[in-house]
Design a protein around this ligand. Structure first.
Ligand code: NAD
Length: 466
């Protein structure tokens, strides 16, 4: 055998798994057809955060007088905003290259396909540099990620020119003056916020009755209000009948509450979910079980084919970088015989809009659907000292406890930098903390995190500052 493990795909699932494998002494190779770091580092999580930061800073300039500061007129250079974001992506991409080298992981630039092997599938790589290599390994891990979903029946098919996916939206030639975003998940909302912040007219079309439909309903409602106050427009409960592009723009026919409407803009972004990269890998010939665009695995990432594993986006939802890394590490430790018993981890979700949204665990509606007796606490940032001092009073923290056991089962936040705070609740849930432990935890003053404490106190009628 050439390797102990071959990882296909060098996104945050694959490259992290490869590092862990090397640490555990497995002779490891990683095959990547495009760029180390995958969508997350090159076209997703990281470069969008750079764009959003530019948008935020630009937007904040309008509020400087409130801080006693005045500057001259404001303007931006779109090319430089995009260049900065590309530079950030490239820096991290090189960082992954360094990590591979340092861990003695062989990086193979090319496109992999599986063929039948004796104990595990063989990997045939069409090399970028030309030619082919056939490799054998005791274990093969699919970490091929996912791509934007298209809906051809409604014309939701990106053309790279007027109809974009996140990829074109991240690296356009110029900023559009008007934009229609189809889908109000994390991708749609983040781009809507960025382009709105730099002055674009943005309308978001969502098929379900509320935006960010996976979030707790109170958070969705507050988010819509906050985004509308910044000039974003929404059409919810709207089905897209057609999306057409011309030389000058796009037109979208929608129907909401029985009423037809045609929206027009320079550009449309299609952000209606993603689908796993399961094609052209030879999975059919090997008989690998695939269900609705993702490879079916057990809790350890094992597929139905011996020696073949799948982790991250290609193995199904939630489609998040940190879930992919977590699964990758667990899968490798399982392969090396070092994994503890499988524990289903709760995966926090973050949307880097303004204001930000972060959540973990059950929403109130989900907890009720499960028939749980719950205790719910809330605390608004508008009465939090640090938030007032900083001028970041928008939003709130909501916590949900199991009324019988006192366990924290859900936490939902909207507000400034809440994506940096949700980890406190993630740790609490992982440690199976109850309300007693959260109440006994000392939160530093003054911080916005005190709202987390107050929310937990509120669930038990002990809130102090409101
Ligand atoms: P999503 O599934 O989260 O959201 C898509 C939205 O589009 C849904 O609200 C859905 O109801 C709506 N929709 C579907 N079909 C539609 C139609 N025909 N017309 C109008 N609306 C329609 O998908 P996404 O936002 O594309 O993101 C893909 C994945 O990537 C998600 O799992 C997301 O969590 C993840 N992601 C996360 C982050 C982050 O953590 N910050 C950022 C980007 C992406």
């Amino acid at each position: 055998m050439d390797f102990d493990l071959i990882v296909i795909g060098a996104g945050p699932g694959g490259y992290v798994a490869a590092i862990r494998a090397a640490q555990l002494g497995l002779k490891t190779a990683i095959i990547e057809r495009e760029a180390l770091g995958g969508v997350c580092l090159n076209w997703g999580c990281i470069p969008t955060k750079a764009l959003l930061k530019s948008g935020e800073v630009y937007d904040q300039l309008d509020h400087l007088t409130a801080y006693g500061i005045s500057v001259g007129s404001k303007s931006f250079d779109f090319t430089k905003i995009v260049e900065r974001s590309r530079k950030v992506a490239s820096q991290l991409n090189q960082g992954v290259g360094y990590l591979m080298k340092k861990n003695k992981i062989e990086v193979i630039d090319g496109t992999a396909k599986l063929i039948k092997g004796e104990k595990s599938p063989k990997v045939v790589v069409s090399l970028k540099a030309g030619g082919e290599r056939t490799l054998t390994a005791k274990n093969v891990m699919l970490a091929t990620g996912a791509r934007a979903r298209t809906i051809p029946a409604a014309g939701l098919v990106p053309d790279g020119d007027r109809i974009w996916t996140y990829r074109e939206a991240m690296n356009p030639k110029a900023a559009p003056k008007s934009l229609i975003v189809i889908g109000s998940g994390a991708i749609g909302i983040e781009f809507a916020c960025f382009y709105r912040a730099i002055g674009c007219q943005v309308t978001v079309v969502e098929a379900l009755p509320r935006i960010l439909p996976v979030e707790d309903e109170e958070v969705s409602t507050a988010a819509r209000k906050a985004f509308e106050s910044r000039g974003l427009a929404f059409r919810v409960g709207a089905s897209v009948k057609s999306l057409k592009a011309s030389k000058t723009g796009v037109s979208v026919e929608i129907e909401a509450a029985g009423k037809a409407e045609t929206l027009t803009a320079e550009v449309a972004i299609v952000a209606v979910g993603i689908t796993g990269n399961v094609e052209n890998l030879g999975l059919e010939d090997l008989g690998v079980k695939v269900d609705r665009g993702h490879v079916v695995t057990d809790n350890h990432g094992a597929t139905n084919v011996p020696g073949l594993y799948a982790i991250g986006d290609v193995a199904g939802p939630p489609w998040l970088a940190h879930k992919a890394s977590h699964e990758g590490v667990h899968c490798v430790e399982h392969i090396a015989g070092q994994a503890g018993p499988y524990v289903a981890a709760l995966i926090p979700g973050c949307t880097y809009s303004t204001p930000q949204i972060a959540s973990i665990g059950l929403t109130e509606a989900q907890a009720k659907e499960k028939g749980l007796e719950i205790k719910v606490g809330r605390f608004p940032f508008r009465v939090n000292g640090k938030a007032i001092a900083s001028g970041d009073t928008e939003g709130f923290v909501k916590t949900i406890f199991d009324g019988k056991t006192g366990a924290l089962i859900g936490a939902h936040m909207i507000g400034h930098e809440v994506t940096e705070m949700i980890q406190g609740f993630a740790l609490a849930i992982t440690l199976e903390a109850t309300e007693a432990e959260l109440h006994a935890t000392v939160f530093p003053h003054p911080t916005m995190s005190e709202a987390m404490h107050e929310s937990a106190l509120d669930a038990y009628g002990k809130m102090l500052h409101l």
